[in-house]
Every structure is written in structure tokens, then in C-alpha cells.
Design a protein around this ligand. Structure first.
Ligand code: EPU
Length: 441
């Protein structure tokens, strides 16, 4: 298991490109199961979760046909429909494996998916996914930890589905139901659908494959069923969580970073909170060829920070509210604010694995239930730390870059699930981070 050794106190300056989005790529890859035609995806990040999803797809008869091709281009072809069982071994390591459920049900009328267990950030049920497919007429049964979902003999039938739950909408639940509904007979309306940009990206892929979808990005998505889907080519949207993490990395090191391929339009609540803290995120003009059409999801922005980090209040919410996936990184930044900040976690109320680790670095944090009060300190000090969650680990890397002395972040395989070569990219803009493998340790 690798660790990062971070020498703190270095200011980040330079230019970074934001990679394609992990959370957009995962359900999009699963959607390749919905057609016998090739689906080519560009800007797919090279991450542990993506490799696990590829392994799962291969077991389900969908193969990558360009293994030797460019790393970030993935040509997928679903050729064998004989196995529709997403096994526990894979879903256990990658919860997002559950997003093959909707595509398999749509194309094969049947699937068996291991029930994903809880994970470090909370219980993570899938009752809403199942409620959605049941409303389309599917029969759902549980056996031996697996869920079996079967379409009725005449196929799925469109209907109106309310998909909201106690914590609001569900992202992968919306993805599953939207995929299943693309080939259901008639019209499906998903009410209280997730509005996340990754859902818009999935809808855009499905539309290229021949689906008829309107309203993606709003709480009401309407899907007119079609007979079948075909192949297409699609470029994955940039990763808004990676972009937000880099923004906070610039801020916490009092740095000056330019981010290329930045999905600014998907980060407005984050940019609003950063602005309140005293961090500026400004689009920059770059020379473009004549006829270039500006894309608010692929901008170049400059991130700079004033000397004083102002305290703020922030509550995580479904999109377009402040994302839970940036809560930990924001907390790292607020540990150095000039006063008390209040962070409330409304999506995963237990997602605070980073709190105790930040405290080991000298942060002053008081937690009560889903709310945390962060009393800013003048300086963090390096320490050995560990967190068993991807974003909590990112938070500790940021804290380590700002801290005095050396921080060792253990078990960075969590980070490798969601950030491609994070240490190399941060070192390229001035950080000092060394990856140490267990043997060397
Ligand atoms: N929920 C239910 N029932 C369900 C589904 C969800 O009660 O059937 C609850 C959850 O327990 C949670 C809330 O609804 O309280 C939202 O969960 P959601 O289903 O939206 O989460 P998800 O789709 O499983 C995706 C991302 C997560 C991100 C969440 C919230 C992927 C692969 N994962 O998970 O990303 O935190 O949406 O935005 O897209 C990460 O990248 O670090 C990560 C955890």
C-alpha cells in the first residue's frame, strides 16, 4: 500500500489540466452494455475505479477493443450477453458497479447484481433504484446478497416515477432508471431526478445512442421509449470535483493556478463559497482558432487567494448546491480561516472521516451530528494520517501541503480511485510529494 510523503509550506503556481470525470465516466461506460454497436469514449480518466468498472463490463461480455490505443480513449463493444451477474467481489470494491443494473435490464431484460454493502461514508442504500425499476414493471427479488431484477414478459412500460428520498435525489438511481426507461414502452417521467451534471452527460450519450430524453439537468426528466439503441462516440465531461479540489489546493497554499478544461458552469456553488472565503476564480482569455465555440464546461480559469482566509457557512446539498464530494477539501482550507466556520453535511451525514485526522495536524474542529464547527488556527503541523475515503484522503493531501513540516498520508489507494497521478500533477506546479511504496517504507 503506497503512502505520500508531503513536505508542506510550498506555494502552488502554474497550470494544470482537469481530467475527464470519474463519476460521469462510470455510468457512461455501463451504458455501453445497452447496444451491440461499438461505443467510443474519449477523455476517460485512468483510475482504479475505471479499471474495476472495465473488469466488471468484461465479465458481462462488454470488452475494450483498443487495449493498445491511447490511454484515455476507450472503445467498448458488447458482444456476449450470456452473463448478467455483477458479482459481489467487484461491487464490493466499487460501489458504482450498481450502475450496470439499469443498462442490463434495458438490453437483456434481466440482471443479477450483488447488493452493495455500506461504505466508509455511510449506509448507501439502493432502495430508490429498485423503487424506480419496479415502477417500470420489473420484478425485484433478493437472494444470497444478490438482487435479481426481471422485466415483465412484454417488456418494461413507461410511467411517472417520484424518485426523491430522505436525502433528496439519487445520482446513480437516476442514472439506472433513466437507462432502463430509454427502451420502455411509452413515456417515463422521473420526478425529483438528480440534477447533477454527470446525469446531463449520461443523457447526452444516450441521446447520441438514439434515446429520446428531455429535461436532464432539471428535477423532471422525460423519456420517450425507443425500440433499441446504437453505438456512438462521446467525450466525457471534465471532473468538477477534481477541478474544485485543485481550486482549494491553490487557495490553501496561497497559490496561483490556471486550470484548463475547467467545468466552471458545474461549479457555481463552489465558486460562490470560495469567493466568500476570499479566493478568486476568474475565467481567462486564451487565443482560440476562428469559429471556436466557447463551452462553459471547458474553460480556462485562474485561481488566486488573498492572504486572509475568511470563515464561511456551508451546507452540502444535491446539485446545484455545494457538493458533498468537496466538503472534506473545503474543511481543510477552513482549518486555516480567520475565525469560526460551520459545515453541515446533508447528503452523507456521517462523512467526516477526515475530522479526527485533521485534528492530528492541529486543526480545531468540533462536531455534533451532521454539523462541524471549524475554528481556524494559524498553522497546521505535519503528522502521519490516514483516511479510508477518497475525498477525505484528498483533504489530507491539501492539509499536508499547507502544514509546517512533513505529513505522511497512508493508504493512498483511496486517492488513486479518483485522482489520476495526483502527486505528479501537484509536483508539476510546485508541491513536494513523494510516493513511497510499502516495500521502500
Ligand atoms: N440514497 C437513498 N436511497 C437510494 C440511493 C441513495 O436513501 O436508493 C441516499 C444516500 O444514502 C445519500 C443520498 O441519497 O444520502 C444521495 O446518494 P446518491 O444515490 O446520490 O449517491 P450515489 O449515486 O451512490 C454519487 C457519487 C458519489 C457522490 C454522490 C452524491 C458516483 C459514482 N458516485 O453516489 O461520489 O458523493 O453521488 O453526490 O457517481 C465520490 O466520488 O467520492 C463519491 C462518493
Amino acid at each position: 500500500m503506497d503512502s505520500f510523503v508531503i513536505e508542506g509550506g510550498r506555494r502552488l503556481a502554474g497550470r494544470l489540466r482537469v481530467n475527464g470525470s470519474k463519476n460521469a465516466a462510470l455510468p457512461i461506460m455501463a451504458a455501453a452494455l445497452m447496444t451491440d454497436q461499438p461505443v467510443t469514449l474519449k477523455d476517460v480518466p485512468d483510475l482504479a475505479d475505471i479499471r474495476n468498472m472495465m473488469k466488471l463490463l468484461a465479465e458481462l461480455g462488454c470488452h475494450r477493443t483498443n487495449e493498445a490505443g491511447p490511454k484515455h480513449v476507450m472503445a467498448l463493444h458488447s458482444t456476449d450477453r450470456s452473463n448478467s451477474h455483477a458479482r459481489y467481489d467487484i461491487v464490493r470494491t466499487m460501489r458504482a458497479g450498481v450502475c450496470v443494473l439499469g443498462p442490463l435490464l434495458a438490453r437483456r431484460g434481466y440482471c443479477r447484481v450483488s447488493m452493495p454493502g455500506g461504505c466508509a461514508i455511510g449506509d448507501r442504500p439502493i432502495d430508490l433504484h429498485l423503487r424506480g425499476v419496479k415502477a417500470l414493471g420489473a420484478e425485484v427479488t433478493m437472494d444470497g446478497g444478490d438482487i435479481t431484477v426481471k422485466a415483465p414478459p412484454g417488456g418494461l412500460v413507461g410511467t411517472t416515477i417520484f424518485l426523491g428520498g430522505p436525502f433528496g435525489s439519487t445520482v446513480l438511481g437516476t442514472a439506472n432508471v433513466m437507462c432502463a426507461a430509454t427502451v420502455a414502452k411509452g413515456t417515463t417521467v422521473i420526478e425529483s431526478a438528480a440534477c447533477e451534471p454527470e446525469i446531463v452527460d449520461l443523457a447526452s450519450l444516450l441521446t447520441k445512442m438514439g434515446a429520446k430524453i428531455t429535461g436532464a439537468g432539471s428535477p423532471r426528466i422525460t423519456i420517450e421509449g425507443v425500440a433499441q439503441l446504437g453505438g456512438c462516440e462521446h467525450t466525457i465531461m471534465p471532473d468538477r470535483i477534481e477541478a474544485g479540489t485543485f481550486m482549494m489546493a491553490a487557495a490553501i497554499t496561497n497559490g496561483d493556478l490556471v486550470l484548463d478544461n475547467c467545468p466552471t458552469d458545474a461549479l457555481l456553488s463552489t465558486i460562490d463559497r470560495l469567493d466568500a472565503i476570499g479566493v478568486s476564480v476568474e475565467p481567462i482569455e486564451i487565443l482560440r482558432p476562428e469559429g471556436f465555440v466557447a463551452d462553459p464546461l471547458r474553460q480556462a480559469v485562474r485561481v488566486t487567494c488573498g492572504r486572509v482566509i475568511r470563515p464561511v457557512e456551508v451546507t452540502t446539498q444535491p446539485h446545484p448546491g455545494f457538493p458533498t464530494d468537496l466538503q472534506a477539501q473545503l474543511m481543510a482550507l477552513l482549518t486555516l480561516a480567520d475565525g469560526n466556520s460551520v459545515i453541515t453535511e446533508r447528503i452523507f451525514p456521517e462523512r467526516f472521516l477526515h475530522v479526527a485526522e485533521l485534528a492530528r495536524m492541529g486543526a480545531k474542529i468540533f462536531r455534533q451530528g451532521p454539523t462541524v464547527i471549524v475554528s481556524g488556527v494559524r498553522q497546521l503541523t505535519g503528522a502521519p494520517v490516514m483516511a479510508s475515503d477518497l475525498r477525505a484522503s484528498a483533504c489530507l493531501v491539501l492539509a499536508g501541503m499547507a502544514a509546517e513540516g512533513t505529513t505522511i498520508v497512508n493508504r493512498v489507494y483511496h486517492l488513486d480511485r479518483g485522482y489520476e497521478k495526483m502527486e505528479e500533477r501537484l509536483c508539476g506546479v510546485g508541491a513536494k510529494i513523494t510516493r513511497v511504496s510499502e516495500k521502500e517504507e
